[in-house]
Design a binder for this molecule. Sequence first.
Ligand code: ASP
Length: 349
Amino acid sequence: MPSHLLSVDSLSRDAVDHLIRIAERMEPIAQRRKVTRVLEGAVLGNLFFEASTRTRISFNAAFCRLGGSVCDTTGFTFSSMAKGESLYDTSRVMGGYVDAIVMRHPEQGSVAEFAEATQVPVINGGDGPGEHPSQALLDVYTITKEFARLGKPLAGAHLLLTGDLKYGRTVHSLVKLLSLYEPLRITLVSPPGLEMPQHLIDLVASRGHRIETRLNLAESFDDVDVIYATRIQRERFTAEMTESFTELTADFVVDRGFLDRRCSPTTIVMHPLPRDSRPGANDLSTDLNGDPRLAIFRQTDNGIPMRMAIFAHLLQVEGLIEKDLRDVGWFVPPSFGVDDATFQGSGSA
Ligand code: ASP
C-alpha cells in the first residue's frame, strides 16, 4: 500500500485482506477491552471542510485509541482557506505540524492535490462525489464479518445498492473494492438521474461480475444477501437537478415490510449513514431499529478497528500492537447500543 490512502484504486486484493487482518487484531482495543500506546507522541491533523459526524469522530477516536493525539479544524470559515490559501500551502504547513492527516473537502480530486505537497500520510475522508476509501474498507470488513457470522460464502453473493448512486462517493469506492473479490452479483436501484456512473459499471462488469440495474424496489429480492442503502446527496445537485428532483418515492423505501415481504430472513441492511430520518425523505426506515438484520450500527462500530488498521499500517506500527497491550481500567457496557442484537461486537451469532 502506498504512503497515502486517496482512492481504493491504490489497493490490491492482498492489501485489502492485509488491512482486514490488522483490523481484526484491533478489535480488543476498539471494543474497549485493551489499551495500547503504539502511537504515543504522534499527532493527527483532522481537516474537515464538509459536514461529518462519523468519519471525523471515528478517525479521531481511532488515533486516540492507538495512543496518539488529534488537532482538528472544521469548515472553511475558521481556516486560512477562507483567506485564499491554496491547498498546496495548507498541505505544506500541516505537514510540519502533524504526523498524519485526514481531509474531507467538497471538491473531487482536492485531497489528492493536497497530498502532493506533503510526505506525511494523507487519508481521503471524502472528496465531493469522488471517493471515500476508508468507508469502503470498513464496509467490506463489515460484509466479511457478517457473512462469517451467518456462515455464508462471499463468492457469488448478491448485493443490492440503492439510493443516490451518482453522487454517493461511498458506493463509488465500494463497487471498486468489491470488484476485487470473487465474482459477485450486484443490482443497482436508483431514481432517474441518480444512476451509478457508467465507467464504474463497466469496470465492475469487466472484472467478471454480473451487474444489473432496476428502476425501483417493487419486485422480489429474496436472493439478495446485502442491501446497501444510501442518502440522496442533495448538497451535490446542480441547480437543474434541484428543480427536477423532489424526494425519493415510497417505492425506494427499505423498511421492515419490504424486508419481510421481498427479502430473505438473512438479508442484512447496511447504509453509510447519516440516514435522512425526516418525514417524506424515504431513506432507510427507522422501523428496523433493533432488528438483527439491520447492520448499520455494527458497520459504524467496525469503522474504529478499520481506521486504526489504516493508521497502524500507514505509520508502520502494525508489528508493535500486541507488545503494548494493557487491560482497560474503566467501566465498559456489555453492548454499546440499547437495542443491539445479542451478537453485537462478539462476532458470533
Ligand atoms: N457519510 C457518507 C459520506 O460522507 C454518506 C453520506 O453523507 O450520505 O459520503
